[in-house]
Design a binder for this molecule. Structure first.
Ligand code: GLN
Ligand code: ZN
Length: 764
C-alpha cells in the first residue's frame, strides 16, 4: 500500500485562533494555562482534520507557539545567556527570544528573524557562542506533542529540523566568531537522545528536515551531512526510522550528500519534477522515496492526473513499497480551509485548495496509485473537470493581454535618453537644491484612517464621503511637509490598505479572500491576493489621489506605485503560466499608470520593488540570472514610457546588493532610495566600485523604531555616506515608509533630517 503523508500543517486555526490567543496572552488578557490549552485544542483539531481526510502519516511537532526553529533553539539549550538569566519562565523566555521583552526592568531585544528560504515565513536565527554547549530539555516538545497525539489515538510522525540545517542557518552571536557548522559534534548527541526518547515513546518514523540541501553548499556543510547521517546510520538500532526531507528546490547538485543508509528521502516534485530520475538513481537500495506532489506553497488545486502520473513514474522504478505520496513541503505556507471563503465566486473557488483540502488530495492520490484509478474515479473526474474549467475560463485567459504582450518591442524597455540628458531636463523642471529631501511614501496610518476605511467597507459612508476624507488627509500631509520644508513631497498613501492589495483590487485578473491568512512570523499573518488570470488595468489606479495632491502642493509631488515584481511576489501567483509572464502583464498595467500619472502633471514617480531580492532563486547561476533578467525587464517596462524630464524613483528596504548589483544598476532608475541606517555605510562602496552614475538616497534613520534620531546623528550619517557618494548624487530620506509610526515621532525625526540636509547644503 502506498502511504499518504503531510510534512506539516498550518498552526493558526480556522479563524487565526493561535494569533488571537498569543496576542491575548502577551496583552495580559489570558493566562499561560489558557494559552497552552488553546494551543493543545488547535493541535488536536489539526491532527483530526488530517486523520479524517484519510492521511496515513500525520506530522507532530510541526506546531509552534511562535516559530519551529525557535522551539528547537530552546529544546537544545541554545538560548543565549542574557535570556536565561532574565528570570523569565520557559514560555516567556521563548517569546522574549522571538519578539523581545520590555517589562519590569528587563529589556531584551529579540533574536534576529530571517525569511525562511524563499517563502514569506520568517524563522528565528539560532545565535550561537564560541563555547556553545547543547543540552536537551527535560521535556522536549517533540516528545510531549507525540505523546499528546498518541493519547488522542493518533499515531504521528514527529518533525525535527535536522542538525545540518539547524547549524547552517545559525550564526555566531555578537562578538563571537564560531562557525556554527563546527559545532556539529556537540549537537549530534542531543539528537541521539531526542530520537531515542521519541522511539521509546513509540515513534516509528521521524521526519528530519534538511532543506538546506537545496542550496549551493560550502564543502564544510556537505561534509557535515556525511558525518551526521553516517552517525545516525551507525546508531540506527537505537533510533526511529528517519525520513530525510528536502523542499523548495532540487537536490541534484548535492546528491552525494543524500544519505544512502536511511529509511526515506523526501523531495519536492512540484518545484522540480525533473529531479525524480536523478534522485531515484541516488537512493540507497532500500530507501523509500517520499514524493512531494501536492504544493505546500500555493493555493491551487492539485492536478491529480499529473500527480498520479509522477507517483506512478516513481513506482515504476522503485515499486509500491518504496514510494510515499506527500505534500511538497509543510502546508504552513497555505491558508487553513477554503470552506471559510463565503464570498468567493463559485467559478474561481472551484480552482482552489487550501490546507484542509490538500490533505484530502494527498489521500486520494495515494489511493489512486494503491488501488488503481477506478477506486477514486469520482474524485479524479471532478478534478479533471476543475482543471479543464480553469484552463479554458475567460477569467484565466484574456486574448487582449496576450496580444499586447506579443507586441512588446525592444525599445519599450528603454528610456528615450541616457541618464545625463535625463537628469539635466529633470533638474530644469524640478529645480531641486543639493541634498534634496524626501520620504518613501506612506505617512502614519492613524486610527481615523482605518476607521474611515472600515466605514466605507461596511457601507456606513459613501464613496464621495470617503474621497473627501482622503483629500483632507492629503491636505494635512501637504501642510505638514510645507512646515517641515521637504523638497519632494508624497501624498502619504492614506487610501491604501496594503501596498500590494491596493493594486490587486484595481486590476483585472486578481481574486481576494476573506480568511486565507498565512503565518508570516510569530502571530503576524498576511492575506495575499491571488492572481487567477491574465492581468490588465481597467482604469487608472492612483491618478485621482496623486493629481489632487499635486494640485494642493507648491513643490514636486511624487507619484507612488508598487512595482511588478513586488506585486507578484506578495501575491499567490498562478501556477499555470511562468512568473515572468505574470510580471510582464503587471508591468504593462503599471506602465499605463506611470504614463497616466505623467499626463496628470506628476513629474516624479516612484515604483517600489522591495521584494526584488527575496525572489532571487535559492541557488546562484543560470536560474538566478534568468530571474534577474525578467525581473529587471518588468521594472523597465513599467517605467520607461515617460519623457526624459520625468524622474523615476525606486525603493528597496535593504542595502545588501553585492550579489546582484548589476541588476540594480540595470533598472536604470533616476533615483534609488534604499535602507541604510541599520547597515554599514560601507555597503555603499558597491556604488563607487561600479561608478554608478545615478542618484541614491540611503536611508538616514530607522523607521522601525519610535526612537527620534538627533540632527547630529543624521549629520554624522550623511558625512559617512559622502565618503562613498558624490554630493550631487545624494538624496536625504528615511529608510522606508512611515505608515507604522506615530505623527509626533515622525515630525520630530523629519525636522532633524531636514536640518541636517540644510547644514550640509551650507558646507557645499
Ligand atoms: N511606498 C511604500 C511606503 O512608503 C514602501 C513600503 C516598503 O518599501 N515596504 O509604505
Ligand atoms: Zn521599504
Amino acid at each position: 500500500m502506498v502511504q499518504s503523508s503531510i510534512l506539516g500543517f498550518p498552526r493558526m486555526g480556522v479563524n487565526r485562533d493561535l494569533k488571537k490567543a498569543t496576542e491575548a496572552y502577551w496583552g495580559g488578557k489570558i493566562s499561560q494555562a489558557d494559552l497552552l490549552a488553546e494551543a493543545k485544542r488547535l493541535r488536536l483539531a489539526h491532527w483530526k482534520i488530517q486523520k479524517d481526510a484519510g492521511v496515513d502519516v500525520i506530522p507532530s511537532n510541526d506546531f509552534a507557539l511562535y516559530d519551529q526553529v525557535l522551539s528547537h533553539i530552546q529544546d537544545f539549550g541554545a538560548v543565549p545567556e542574557r535570556y536565561t538569566s532574565a528570570g523569565l519562565d520557559a514560555i516567556d523566555t521563548y517569546f522574549a527570544l522571538g519578539r523581545g521583552h520590555q517589562k519590569n526592568g528587563v529589556d531584551l531585544p529579540a533574536l534576529e528573524m530571517v525569511k525562511w528560504f524563499d517563502s514569506n515565513y520568517h524563522y528565528v536565527k539560532p545565535t550561537l557562542q564560541d563555547n556553545q554547549t547543547f543540552t536537551l530539555a527535560a521535556k522536549p516538545k517533540a516528545v510531549a506533542e507525540f505523546l499528546e497525539a498518541k493519547e488522542a489515538g493518533i499515531a504521528t510522525r514527529p518533525v525535527l529540523v535536522g542538525p545540518v540545517t539547524f547549524l547552517h542557518l545559525a550564526k555566531a552571536d555578537r562578538g563571537q566568531s564560531v562557525d556554527p557548522i563546527d559545532l556539529l559534534s556537540k549537537l549530534l548527541p542531543v539528537y541521539d537522545e531526542l530520537l531515542a526518547q521519541l522511539k521509546a515513546a513509540g515513534a516509528e518514523t521521524v521526519q528530519i528536515d534538511e532543506p538546506v540541501l537545496v542550496f549551493d553548499l560550502p564543502a564544510k556543510t556537505k561534509a557535515a551531512f556525511k558525518t551526521a547521517y553516517e552517525h545516525f546510520a551507525a546508531e540506527a538500532a537505537k533510533l526511529p526510522q528517519l525520513v530525510f526531507a528536502t523542499y523548495f528546490g532540487d537536490i541534484v547538485h548535492n546528491l552525494e550528500s543524500v544519505p544512502k543508509d536511511i529509511y526515506a528521502v523526501h523531495v519536492d516534485l512540484v518545484r522540480n519534477p525533473e529531479q525524480l530520475d536523478a534522485v531515484v538513481g541516488a537512493l540507497g537500495p532500500k530507501t523509500i522515496l517520499s514524493a512531494g506532489v501536492v504544493d505546500g506553497r500555493n493555493i491551487w488545486k492539485t492536478n491529480l492526473k499529473r500527480a498520479v502520473e509522477t507517483v506512478e513514474a516513481a513506482i515504476q522504478k522503485l515499486g509500491k513499497e518504496r514510494v510515499i505520496v506527500a505534500t511538497s513541503s509543510s502546508l504552513l505556507h497555505t491558508p487553513h480551509t477554503l470552506a471559510s471563503e463565503k464570498k468567493l465566486d463559485a467559478e474561481i473557488a472551484d480552482w482552489f485548495s487550501f490546507a484542509v483540502e490538500k490533505a484530502s488530495e494527498v489521500a486520494v492520490i495515494a489511493k489512486a496509485v494503491t488501488e488503481g484509478p477506478a477506486a477514486v474515479s469520482e474524485q479524479l473526474a471532478a478534478n479533471a473537470k476543475s482543471m479543464q474549467a480553469r484552463a479554458t475560463s475567460s477569467r484565466t485567459n484574456d486574448p487582449k493581454v496576450k496580444e499586447r504582450q506579443s507586441q512588446i518591442k525592444p525599445a519599450d524597455y528603454n528610456r528615450k535618453s541616457e541618464f545625463p540628458e535625463r537628469i539635466a531636463q529633470q533638474q530644469k523642471k524640478l529645480n531641486l537644491p543639493l541634498f534634496p529631501t524626501t520620504t518613501i511614501g506612506s505617512f502614519p496610518q492613524t486610527k481615523e484612517i482605518r476607521q474611515s476605511r472600515n466605514k466605507l467597507t461596511k457601507g456606513e459612508i459613501t464613496e464621495a464621503e470617503y474621497d473627501r476624507f482622503i483629500e483632507k488627509e492629503i491636505d494635512e500631509n501637504v501642510r505638514i511637509q510645507d512646515e517641515l520644508g521637504l523638497d519632494v513631497y508624497v501624498h502619504g498613501e492614506p487610501e491604501r490598505n496594503d501596498m500590494v492589495q491596493y493594486f490587486g483590487e484595481r486590476l483585472d485578473g486578481y481574486a481576494f479572500t476573506t480568511h486565507a491568512w498565512v503565518q508570516s512570523y510569530g502571530s503576524r499573518c498576511v492575506r495575499p491576493p491571488i492572481i487567477v488570470g491574465d492581468i490588465s488595468r481597467p482604469a487608472p489606479m492612483t491618478v485621482k489621489e496623486s493629481k489632487y495632491a499635486a494640485s494642493v502642493s507648491k513643490k514636486p509631488m511624487k507619484g507612488m506605485l508598487t512595482g511588478p515584481v513586488t506585486c507578484l511576489r506578495w501575491s499567490f501567483p498562478r501556477d499555470d503560466v511562468h512568473q515572468s509572464v505574470q510580471a510582464e502583464q503587471l508591468a504593462l498595467a503599471l506602465r499605463d499608470e506611470v504614463v497616466d500619472l505623467e499626463k496628470a502633471g506628476i513629474d516624479v514617480i516612484q515604483v517600489d520593488e522591495p521584494a526584488l531580492r527575496e525572489g532571487l532563486p535559492l541557488r546562484s547561476g543560470k536560474e538566478r540570472e534568468a530571474y534577474l533578467d525578467w525581473a529587471v525587464k518588468a521594472f523597465r517596462l513599467s517605467t520607461t514610457g515617460v519623457e526624459d524630464s520625468t524622474q523615476i524613483h525606486s525603493h528597496f528596504c535593504y542595502s545588501e546588493f553585492q550579489d546582484f548589483f548589476h541588476a540594480i544598476a540595470a533598472l536604470d532608475a533616476d533615483v534609488l532610495s534604499i535602507e541604510n541606517s541599520k547597515s554599514d555605510a560601507k555597503l555603499l562602496k558597491v556604488f563607487v566600485d561600479s561608478a554608478y552614475p545615478r542618484h541614491i538616497g540611503p536611508g538616514v534613520y530607522d523607521i522601525h523604531s519610535p526612537r527620534i534620531p538627533s540632527e547630529k546623528e543624521i549629520e554624522d550619517r550623511i558625512a559617512e555616506m559622502l565618503q562613498f557618494l558624490k554630493p550631487e548624487q545624494l538624496w536625504i530620506d528615511p529608510d522606508c515608509g512611515l505608515k507604522t509610526r506615530q505623527w509626533t515621532e515622525t515630525k520630530a525625526a523629519l525636522v532633524n533630517m531636514v536640518n541636517a540636509a540644510k547644514a550640509f547644503r551650507e558646507k557645499y
